[in-house]
Design a protein around this ligand. Structure first.
Ligand SMILES: NC(=O)c1ccc[n+]([C@@H]2O[C@H](COP(=O)([O-])OP(=O)(O)OC[C@H]3O[C@@H](n4cnc5c(N)ncnc54)[C@H](O)[C@@H]3O)[C@@H](O)[C@H]2O)c1
Length: 322
């Protein structure tokens, strides 16, 4: 990495973006956050730009001209691009597929257009386990197929990967595709813990859970995720694709509901819904293989269960002093 250049982090005002920007700035990188603030985050930006190496411009990352202007305005030559901007409200994208078309796919298209013009070096893309669709109890490794996403979000992430692949074939020097699992930690902007905590704060005696609680998924702490991304960024290759996740088989929604309930409102009753799917586009069970990544020397520091317990503490905050 060349420290005179400026890295772009799209979606840098979001949950994972904020954590990533802090890590990059701490390692003396100049960073330009591009975010349209469609998911809020003004407060996070105010904190981040206190570091003089960090700049922010509010732009729509589907618009390559606007991003090029933003880059010129902070006076820098483009380094690498960490592309995290996307729609993170999966049910919203099911209700209106144009949300995922725009925020999840067209932002990737815009970023590639910018990199073609500004000759950025590496594109680091936040993809998702949602590109795979449903494989039940079969361990999902990177080359499994056929890929059949069941949400518009997953479909637009897969389309983004395809577009990036074509770019590497012609003008993009290098692409790293990170297929994230469920990522948790603070400052949460969405996700199962965030939802349960907010529901229990609104209605202290009852927690309603979407689905019957048997959904089982792997969870990774955002610190482990960023450590994995930085590790991959040091590996050789022109086109790298990795599942990132814990090495266990995950925890159930029931475990998360009970752990949040015990921490936030211990007397609350938990009301489960019917069937194993939480919502349309929810994959009820999946087993993720992270063997390819572990073979390169990386390993997660926590299990899914330890990650959930820690993230609940971070999201709920300290106990009030009596
Ligand atoms: N959190 C997870 O569990 C998880 C899992 C798999 C993949 N991912 C991916 O990781 C990335 C970051 O996720 P997150 O959890 O931090 O979500 P987040 O919603 O907190 O952050 C996404 C950011 O993108 C911004 N954004 C959306 N559309 C934009 C646009 N058109 N132009 C500019 N900015 C735009 C939003 O304002 C938001 O700040 C996303 O690409 C997401 O799909 C996250």
């Amino acid at each position: 990495m060349d420290s005179d250049k400026i890295d772009i982090v799209t979606g840098g005002a979001g949950f994972i973006g904020k954590n990533l920007v802090e890590r990059l700035a701490a390692s003396d990188r100049r960073v330009l956050i591009l975010d349209d603030l469609s998911r809020g985050g003004q407060d996070r930006v105010v904190t981040l730009v206190q570091d003089t190496r960090v700049h922010f411009r509010q732009v729509d990352c589907a618009d390559a001209d606007a991003m090029a202007e933003a880059l010129t305005s902070v006076g820098g030559e483009l380094g690498d691009v960490w592309h995290l901007a996307a729609n993170s409200d999966i049910p919203a994208g099911v209700a209106d597929p144009r949300i995922d078309l725009h925020r999840t796919f067209q932002t990737t298209f815009g970023v590639l257009e910018l990199m073609k013009r500004a000759k950025g070096h590496t594109l680091r893309f936040a993809s998702s386990s949602a590109i795979y669709g449903s494989f039940g109890d079969t361990a999902i490794f990177e080359d499994i197929g056929p890929l059949a996403p069941i949400s518009n979000y997953g479909a637009m992430k897969l389309a983004s990967e395809a577009q990036i692949n074509a770019a590497v074939e012609s003008y993009l020097p290098r692409a790293e595709v990170y297929r994230f699992p469920n990522v948790v930690g603070a400052p949460a902007t969405h996700g199962v813990i965030f939802d349960f905590v907010n529901k229990l704060r609104a209605t202290q005696d009852r927690l309603e859970v979407l689905g019957d609680g048997t959904q089982r998924k792997a969870y990774l702490h955002v610190d482990d995720l960023i450590a994995a991304m930085l590790h991959i960024s040091t590996l050789d290759g022109r086109r790298l694709t990795f599942n990132i996740g814990p090495s266990d088989e995950g925890v159930t929604v029931r475990f998360i509901a009970e752990t949040v309930r015990d921490r936030v409102s211990p007397k609350a009753a938990i009301a489960y819904g019917e069937g194993p799917r939480g919502w349309v586009g929810d994959v009820p069970t999946f087993r993720y293989s992270v063997q390819r990544l572990m073979d390169t020397g990386w390993k997660p520091s926590r299990s899914s269960a330890e990650t959930i317990v820690r993230a609940i503490e971070e999201i709920v905050g300290p106990e009030p002093q009596v």
